[in-house]
Design a protein. Structure first.
Length: 364
């Protein structure tokens, strides 16, 4: 410490300070857990780590340097060791509260890092003033695990400001809702039925998948996932998958999606492949008492009536066929307009019998 003149020493000896007073000083020494300030008083001012910050992991030597000028608030004129106990934290909190009050009155959007994840919400600190964001106001959707927000920088607004009751409440949810409303408006202004757009699978249910289109979710119903049969959407898609989907219908805020693109419609070429008289192979997809439905290709099913299974009497298709079994049959009727195809295994038995008959005659 530089030597002081007699006038300076006399001035300091006559100077008085009081508890609660704000003083300015120069840092003359910094330890891991203590800051020493020359405050122009007969005794030096001391700021302990606890009175500098709420962060117990901070080394004061990393944040304050000798020669720095600081403001602090007097806690006690004589701390028992002849020094002045100061607090930087409480003064910063008071300034922080003023900052938060201004933000509250002006509906300002604030940005801060999450310092604590609590059972009921998140805690952030702005200029040593603590803001609590309840779990219900963290997101516009239910957040089961708030730990993912630890140490993350988030935006929020102050919706309640009452420092006397230590109630300074932040709200992140309304910002997300407002942003989504803007994105939804922009999305509906640019999309039309028939458009092909990109989206991300957000949620999967037994009846379909919800796809995030960047402003609104669209429903991809299980019946629109493929030209073929889909039994379980979870076997086809995963959350996070990127898709190109067709906008099938827009009704208010509801969007119906499809992956059944018309140029991939198997019925476009079905008339030629499954014309009456053609012999085809297929897989038994499902059965009823009156017949079996045979999948010729994804999206094209044909009916094999119980009377067309065999010349022998068949009570029920399940007596002679199994789901998943591959069969060969003859197309006996094709109706492209109604998308109906009729098959016959019995007709192949007839053809086989006719081929065998001449062979037997030649043998004689």
């Amino acid at each position: 410490m530089s030597e002081m003149s007699f006038e300076q020493m006399l001035e300091e000896s006559l100077k008085t300070i009081h508890n609660g007073e704000i003083v300015e000083g120069t840092v003359i020494d910094v330890k891991e857990d203590e800051i020493v300030l020359n405050i122009g008083y007969k005794a030096d001012g001391i700021i302990s780590k606890n009175e500098y910050t709420n962060d117990a992991g901070v080394d004061l030597r990393d944040v304050v340097k000798v020669g720095d000028t600081m403001e602090a608030k007097v806690l006690k004129v004589n701390d028992g060791d002849g020094q002045v106990a100061l607090t930087y934290k409480k003064l910063a909190a008071e300034k922080g509260n003023k900052r938060l009050e201004e933000a509250f009155n002006n509906h300002e959007v604030l940005k801060a890092t999450v310092t604590q994840v609590l059972s009921g919400g998140l805690s952030v600190v702005i200029d040593e003033a603590r803001v609590f964001i309840p779990a219900s106001l963290v997101s516009d959707t239910y957040e089961k695990n708030l730990e993912k927000f630890a140490d993350q920088e988030i935006e929020f607004v102050i919706t309640e400001f009452n420092p006397r009751r230590r109630r300074i409440i932040g709200d992140r949810k309304q910002l997300l809702v407002a942003k989504k409303e803007e994105m939804q408006k922009a999305l509906f202004e640019r999309i039309h039925v028939g458009d092909v757009v990109e989206g991300v699978v957000k949620n999967i249910t037994d009846f379909g998948a919800f796809v995030d289109l960047g402003g609104a979710d669209g429903l991809l119903h299980i019946s629109e996932m493929s030209w073929g049969r889909v039994d379980n959407p979870r076997k086809i898609f995963n959350v996070g998958d990127k898709l190109k989907v067709l906008l099938k219908d827009i009704n208010g805020s509801k969007i119906a999606l499809s992956l059944k693109f018309e140029d991939e419609n198997p019925w476009l070429t079905a008339a030629e492949k499954y014309a009456a008289g053609n012999v085809v192979t297929g897989r038994v997809a499902r059965m009823t008492d009156f017949g079996a439905f045979v999948e010729l290709e994804p999206g094209v099913d044909a009916l094999l009536h119980v009377s067309q299974i065999s010349h022998d009497h068949v009570e029920k298709p399940s007596d002679v066929l199994k789901v998943g079994q591959e069969i060969e049959a003859k197309v006996v009727d094709f109706n492209g307009e109604d998308k109906k195809i009729s098959l016959s295994m019995k007709a192949l038995e007839n053809a086989s019998a006719k081929e065998e008959a001449p062979a037997e005659e030649d043998a004689e």
